[in-house]
Design a protein around this ligand. Sequence first.
Ligand code: ATP
Ligand code: MG
Length: 574
Amino acid sequence: MRYSEMFLPTTREIPSDAETVSHQLMLRAGMIRKLTSGIYSYLPLGYRVIKKVERIVREEMNRAGAEEVFLPAVQPSELWKESGRWDFYGKELLRLKDRHNREYCFGPTHEEVMTDLVRNEIQTYRQLPKNLYQIQTKFRDEIRPRFGIMRCREFGMKDAYSYDVDEESAIVSYQKMFEAYKRIFSRCGLRFRPVEADSGNIGGSYSHEFMVYADSGEDAMMFCTSCDYAANLEKAEISEPEKAPVDESVFLPLEEVHTPDVRTIEEVSGFLGVTPQCIVKTLIFTADERPVAVLIRGDEEINEAKLRNFLGCDNLELAMDDIIKEVTDSPRGFAGPIGIKCEIIADYSLINMNNFVIGANKEDHHIINCNIGRDFSVANFSDLRMITEKDRCPRCGSPISFARGIEVGHVFKLGTKYSKAMNATYLDRDGKDKLMVMGCYGIGIGRTSAACIEQNNDKDGIVWPMPIAPFHVIITPVNVKDEDILKTSDEIYRSLEAEGIEVVLDDRDERAGVKFIDADLIGIPLRITVGKKNLVDGNVEVRFRRSGEVEIVPVEEVRDYVVAKVREGLGETD
Ligand code: ATP
Ligand code: MG
């Protein structure tokens, strides 16, 4: 393409409302523009990248045996009521009504529609397994859209759904997607890691998120420094500590102490002169309307995903003041396990604690020297807290490390959650009705492109990896008024186009400096500079965006030289 004819509005200023590098650079490089909160238009340069990511995704999905379909974006509420998600999905679901007052939603995901299609068309085990995917626009009314297309409301997603006869076969389908995802993100030039992720409390389910390493990422992950274990923080397991034998001779007498205006762990610890490790926090949650007291050591944090799974509830929140009053007979800040009027569960951190401090269920009072067994009992101990740097790998016991990341893809083994709710069955060999076993697999197309910029940029702009670069090569004639320069540039341009290379000819009548700045900003991997100084000797300069290295190449060799470099960058070997 000729730059002078392109719709490529680049800017020098850093947009003030863009917090992340990828958001800033996508705006500055003229890739995207905001229409309204969380809703973006893709301009030609941005759309070229999207198409390239989509192409890689398609190739790998097809290679893995999935078939492409295209489902409606607008979905009738009946299907969502059948699956039970119409009420559960809450405000993220964009709900619409037609002229007959019938309810619909704009799909945030397509389990219902796909399962409806499959249950109607697939009757017997002979038609299974099936894996169907689409690349489509989703809408999620995110509470806080941010970082441009990284977390927006309308976005392109590849979503796939697999249907299998049984658990074993479903695991094979899952593995195929897992491998396909590894290939997709490698081909996009990303440094990433699959991590175990929370899959809620559905039977037979598990999941992995594909995390792209980025300090700006919204997600945190932990990984073992010696074995393969890696998980997002919600999921990261903590092993049950070994229980020391109970020695009641060390138990001190229980004592109530007056602690005026002392509520938080810091305040209690300061007032009583004990470390937070000697205090037990009692947190009261409402789990689907039912109050539960959760005990955890004072220096640890509750992991709500773990707690929700343990309790098997859909809705979990910290209890309101009236519930606290009801179960503790005291205001917020003084809850404790002795005499509390609800079920008590405890995190593993309480195992082996003796003579600890608790709330007294009485305003301005705490109790010291409390001991489990003697003073109260716990219904269940479980892993309910957030992992920290001092924890060890739950698999091999080695030290662990943390990193931040961007979730670009998610593979999820669903079990029979949707097939059961929606009665998606098939006839097995013996003519019996059986539930299909499902998996679902998503990739954010825009988020993947943005994540790539987070990992590939420098002070001058984007540094695209060749496979998803909007163009492979940019030719920069230093002075378009010079006939020789323009003619040579044009010839190189045509010769590269003829080879199938995606090339921009910067034919604008601008100073060379301006053109260099734009070329660096939009991040084209190779730049061919055609200038008087080299041309006198029959040469041009080829510059590599990533390393900044330059090669002086004879004009008659530049086509072959550049074609070889592009193919190398695309991972194609002749
Ligand atoms: P998140 O935890 O980031 O909100 P999610 O777990 O809700 O994402 P999934 O339902 O697993 O997302 O969707 C599959 C993929 O779609 C994600 O891995 C991500 O790449 C992409 N995606 C999800 N939400 C958004 C969004 N608001 N904007 C852009 N991409 C998104
Ligand atoms: Mg997810």
